[in-house]
Design a protein around this ligand. Structure first.
Ligand SMILES: CC(C)(COP(=O)(O)OP(=O)(O)OC[C@H]1O[C@@H](n2cnc3c(N)ncnc32)[C@H](O)[C@@H]1OP(=O)(O)O)[C@@H](O)C(=O)NCCC(=O)NCCS
Length: 255
């Protein structure tokens, strides 16, 4: 038999049967929460009780952050232009990048790389922050435009501690916050992206799944905002002063 062009180890489907990672979908529907099922499909195995609790908390943490982040502004604006819900939600997802939600990916990559090195978390944090400073780069997963301490981070770390999930990578993430703040004199808290990055790294997830965690958590929020825009607001959102200001050249003539 010739080798199939497309191979997958995720789901096996045949007439009347669906098996995700080997488990019958009906059994999964009977026994798993949504967060458990997300763990299964991303990791390939069923979660332990400890992993279940962490997954639930992470997926709830980034559900929504009000109408102001880029993803919500984009989603509501696209809906307001007269487009369908799927286009509006996709526009919101498109904004998820290094500054918004997407910081999980690069933060997890750095934490995973650095936690493997020799040295205590505070020593490694000092070296990492110094290296980023030298390169003129920001540490992804730190800083927040609103929160001096991100309440989602505080809760995620509290749960991680309570259920015995605080290991070397979380220690490193906390040490990086202390080092960033001490060396800059600014509030640069571990934000929710950074906290999720540390926790998924502690759980052994590949850093390349980082943005996926934020998307899975935020899409229900985007759907709610798009639906609200659709059913409650007039079409065609627009900006007016003082939200924008023209600062280009004054009136001028051609020639
Ligand atoms: C989230 C973020 C955009 C908020 O920014 P902000 O509060 O508006 O802060 P600013 O961009 O005005 O930066 C203020 C100062 O803090 C520094 N700073 C901000 N975040 C930093 C970080 N993650 N690492 C190092 N320095 C940082 C800036 O360099 C700036 O320094 P300067 O005043 O000497 O120029 C910013 O902290 C950031 O880029 N973080 C990294 C990306 C990230 O984690 N995004 C997810 C957010 S939930």
């Amino acid at each position: 038999m010739s080798e199939a062009a497309w191979k997958t180890a995720i789901t096996d489907v045949s007439g009347g049967q669906i098996r995700v990672r080997g488990y019958d979908i009906a059994d999964l529907m009977e026994h798993l929460s949504f967060a458990d099922a997300v763990y299964l499909i991303l990791k390939g195995e069923l979660p332990t009780n400890q992993q279940k609790r962490m997954m639930e908390a992470m997926l709830v943490s980034s559900l929504d952050h009000g109408p102001t982040p880029p993803s919500n502004l984009a989603a509501r604006t696209v809906m307001s232009g007269g487009n369908p819900l799927n286009a509006a939600v996709a526009a919101g997802v498109m904004t998820i990048g290094d500054s918004h939600g997407g910081a999980i990916e690069q933060c997890a990559r750095l934490l995973q790389e650095w936690a493997k090195k020799d040295g205590s978390p505070p020593d490694l944090a000092r070296q990492l922050v110094a290296e980023l400073k030298e390169k003129g780069k920001r540490m992804p997963g730190y800083g927040h435009r609103l929160h001096k301490r991100d309440p989602r981070t505080v809760k995620l770390l509290e749960i991680a501690e309570r259920i015995g999930y605080r290991g070397r990578i979380i220690e490193l993430a906390v040490a990086v916050q202390e080092e960033l703040e001490a060396s800059s004199g600014k509030d640069l808290p571990l934000n929710v992206d950074g906290a999720i990055a540390a926790i998924i790294s502690e759980m052994g997830f590949d850093w390349r799944l980082g943005k996926g965690f934020f998307i899975i958590s935020r899409v229900p929020g985007l759907v709610a905002h798009v639906h609200e825009e659709w059913t409650r607001e007039k079409p065609m959102r627009r900006l007016g002063p003082p939200e924008y200001q023209y600062d280009g050249p004054g009136p001028r003539e051609i020639g």
